[in-house]
Design a protein around this ligand. Structure first.
Ligand SMILES: [Fe+2]
Length: 283
């Protein structure tokens, strides 16, 4: 018969606390999704109606991030009735075997509103090929095409949504050595003054690479907000050079940067850093 200690010793207390903390980090917080809403006053002429932009980032479909969970994040985002949807990379972690089911879920986004995507370092390429992933992005590209999502890989689209003129520019991933801004912002296609330009670039450190190009708002992910935020320490695991920009909406050199904490995660854990879907209203 198993016996339990009659007295709560310091050692038992610490053991129970550690197990409780690990269970929270593994089984609760990684799925504790919420909608984070922010507003940007663009200062551009256009429609009087605000435009609702949904950003989803770092879905990271994998053994620790299920399609059912990703589907719930998409439902949460679509409930906000977005006019435009932007996906900022890391659709998978390393390799994946459920692309058909995944494209069916992502297609819900494209059926609702114009949906544009860019790739992250985990989606295949130089970096992924060296770290147990795909050496190229053909699998993820195929999935996005099947889902009806427009992948912008160092290219752009000019669109008018609700009377508002937008240019959506997608950049290749920096760590994958596929960041080619000269292709994405061609000199022979300048941006008119009344056009608001949104750059989709997975890694927020790319703001410096893109500083000489015309954009108003850059949407990034990559950091997962740090994923594990340590009290009094911060985000020791955030994979960025510029530690000022790990999550959230920031003003930078008269432009806007938005870094999503992301939907999924790596290794199945989050602490003090809930997953999010992002609704940005352009006023
Ligand atoms: Fe990521």
């Amino acid at each position: 018969m198993q016996t339990f200690p009659k007295k709560l010793t310091r050692r038992n207390f610490l053991t129970f606390s550690a197990l409780g903390g690990l269970s929270y980090m593994r089984f609760w917080e990684p799925h504790w999704l919420h909608v984070r809403r922010q507003e940007i006053v663009t200062g551009k002429a256009g429609s009087n109606a605000p435009l609702r932009l949904l950003q989803l980032s770092d879905l990271h479909a994998s053994d620790v991030v299920s399609l059912a969970y990703i589907e719930s994040a998409i439902a949460l985002g679509l409930a906000e009735k977005p006019d435009l949807i932007c996906l900022t990379g890391d659709f998978i972690t390393s390799v994946y075997d459920q692309f058909d089911g995944y494209s069916g879920i992502l297609a819900k986004l494209a059926r609702h509103a114009p949906t544009y995507a860019t790739l992250g370092n985990h989606d295949g390429g130089l970096w992924a090929g060296r770290t147990y992933g795909y050496p190229d992005s053909q699998s993820v590209r195929g999935m996005l095409a099947t889902a009806g999502i427009d992948l912008l890989h160092n290219t752009y689209r000019d669109v008018v949504i609700g009377g508002r003129k937008l240019r959506v520019v997608g950049l290749g991933d920096k760590w994958s050595a596929e960041l080619f801004p000269l292709l994405a912002f061609p000199a022979d296609s300048p941006v008119a003054d009344d056009v608001f330009t949104i750059a989709l670039s997975h890694n927020p450190d790319t703001k410096d690479d893109l500083a000489g190009f015309p954009w108003d708002l850059m949407l990034s992910g990559h950091t997962h907000g740090g994923q594990l935020l340590v009290p009094l320490v911060g985000a020791p695991f955030a994979p960025v050079r510029d530690r000022r920009f790990i999550e959230g909406l920031h003003r930078w050199n008269d432009r806007w940067l938005h870094i999503s904490k992301g939907v999924g995660n790596l290794h199945g854990m989050r602490f003090n850093c809930r997953p999010e879907v992002n609704l940005i209203t352009l006023a």
